[in-house]
Design a protein around this ligand. Structure first.
Ligand SMILES: Cc1ncc(COP(=O)(O)O)c(C=O)c1O
Length: 479
């Protein structure tokens, strides 16, 4: 299939392009009417390519059913019974699936590597987490997934669902098939937040996707590992243990009533791209990433990238580029800053790691360019290697004092950093990225957490969601 042909097999992409090929005299939203350039050229270049779903991709009454057709094609491609396209990111898709699980007071088994959107969704749904601690690889300090024994440990507390984050932020995966088998033996559905794994399942050298591994729901961001529009996401599900009606209701309850057309059309187009050229494009990506790592690695004696051979078979995303700054004796933050001076923006940096997001959109030339920059900077900044320290996000064992929902709605006060130690946090606080909670509402702010957050912040890591982002005060529950 040649460039530009995708519209023939992507109904939403076709609808988007067709809109601009025909005449319109809109007296509906959006208020810019695709004519804002008349008011200001800058504003026009921002909004004049924006059309909505209602009265844009389809008629106001959705008479052409293009969205349903496109979602049906995605369901078929991923092997799902249910598919919805979201313009609100995996954040929204997580909310939708979590609201469809049970009723307030029910418990869910939940990986501590969960993204904050999952925790917020639990507050909305009134569900309580039974935390599962990931295993940490002793060599690399990286979380390698939730062991089966962790899930079995919480089974007596009768969770109504198992919620996992796969792959984790650093590209590792749990042994998902064993966890699914154990959950299904108790009729417990498995929900996988695969925000970073949208490219899985369509190449033999990549992990299978969550539904192929037996999971019941798969949430993924089409704008992360795939070339989708910002905040475009997919919710895919099988309905053996989940209700399609509840999923539909929860999805609509939490989605905007005015979805933008471009993100929706991009999900459809990316599905069509994967379907027609996925194997070839993913092979190119795998080849480029492997070659990039080899070119840079050649310059150093210690291993400086995470690779699939660091982990059990099939438990690492080989397209993931995670540079181990500690092996080079460099601070990941300093490396991030130096890369920034060359115009390179990375996905994440903390003291020991720098994560580069590589996707189908990156050409071989781009990887060569990056390799030269990385070699030049790392050789210049290189110091004495140090052992990997497990990042704060992966090393906290939560001490839950009151329910997350109770803490979320509690009366609170601001106290100093010193006074906060031992109090119950009202905030979720997370180094971002990865957005994984170091403390969640209802949990004790321990000495490890308060000092760890201070050290991370002083080292240049962005600490998100705290009421006082300087961390000189903490918002705690008045009990
Ligand atoms: C594991 C995980 N889930 C969900 C999200 C939210 O995704 P989105 O930005 O598409 O809303 C993120 C964002 O980084 C994430 O890392």
């Amino acid at each position: 299939m040649s460039t530009g042909d995708l519209r023939n097999i992507a109904p939403l992409l076709d609808a988007y392009l067709t809109y601009f090929e025909s005449n319109h005299l809109p007296f509906t939203i959006p208020g810019h009417k695709q004519k804002a350039a008349r008011l200001d050229s800058g504003l026009g270049s921002l909004v004049d390519l924006d059309i909505p779903l209602y009265g844009g991709l389809d008629e106001i009454k959705l008479t052409n059913k293009v969205l349903i057709k496109a979602e049906g094609l995605a369901a078929e491609f991923w092997g799902a019974d249910f598919a919805r396209f979201s313009t609100g990111g995996s954040t929204h898709a997580n909310q939708a699936v979590i609201l469809a699980l049970g009723k307030p007071g029910d418990r869910v088994a939940l990986s501590r590597t969960a993204h904050r959107s999952v925790l917020s969704a639990l507050v909305l749904a009134g569900l309580e987490p039974l935390w599962l601690t990931p295993e940490i690889d002793s060599v690399t300090g990286v979380p390698t997934g939730i062991p089966l024994s962790e899930f079995e440990r919480v089974l007596p507390q009768k969770p109504i669902a198992l919620l996992l984050t796969e792959p984790g932020y650093l590209g590792t995966l749990s042994d998902i098939r064993s966890l699914v088998t154990a959950a299904h033996a108790q009729s417990i559905p498995v929900i996988i937040d695969a925000a970073w794994g949208a490219h899985f399942g369509f190449h033999s050298d990549l992990p299978a996707h969550a539904l192929q591994m037996g999971a019941d729901a798969l949430v993924t961001s089409v704008h992360k590992a795939l070339p989708g529009y910002s905040a475009s996401a997919l919710l895919l599900a099988r309905t053996r243990f989940l209700s399609a009606d509840r999923l539909e209701q929860s999805f609509e309850t939490t989605h905007t009533t005015s979805p933008a057309g471009a993100p929706l059309a991009s999900i459809d187009a990316v599905r069509a791209l994967l379907q027609t050229q996925g194997t070839h494009l993913l092979s190119e990506l795998l080849k480029n990433v492997t070659r990039f790592k080899e070119i840079v690695q050649k310059e150093f004696s210690l291993p400086i990238f995470l690779t699939a051979s660091d982990f059990p078979q099939g438990r690492f995303d080989p397209t993931k580029v995670v540079l181990r700054a500690n092996q080079l004796g460099i601070s990941g933050i300093d490396l991030e800053n130096a890369l920034g001076e060359h115009g390179v923006r990375v996905e994440m940096a903390d003291s020991d790691t720098v994560v580069f997001l590589a996707t189908l959109a990156d050409s071989a030339e781009v990887f060569d360019q990056l390799a030269q920059i990385v070699i030049e900077i790392t050789q210049r900044l290189q110091g004495t290697s140090r052992p990997s320290a497990t990042a704060l996000s992966w090393s906290v064992v939560p001490q839950v004092k009151i329910s997350m929902r109770e803490a979320y709605f509690a009366t609170t006060e601001m106290v100093s950093e010193r006074e906060a130690i031992g109090r119950i946090s009202a905030d979720l606080i997370a180094p971002y990225p990865p957005g994984v909670a170091v403390v969640a509402p209802g949990e004790i702010l321990t000495h490890q957490i308060v000092t760890g957050l201070r050290q991370s912040k002083d080292a240049g890591v962005r600490i998100a969601y705290a009421t006082d982002p300087t961390l000189s005060k903490y918002r705690v529950v008045i009990s």
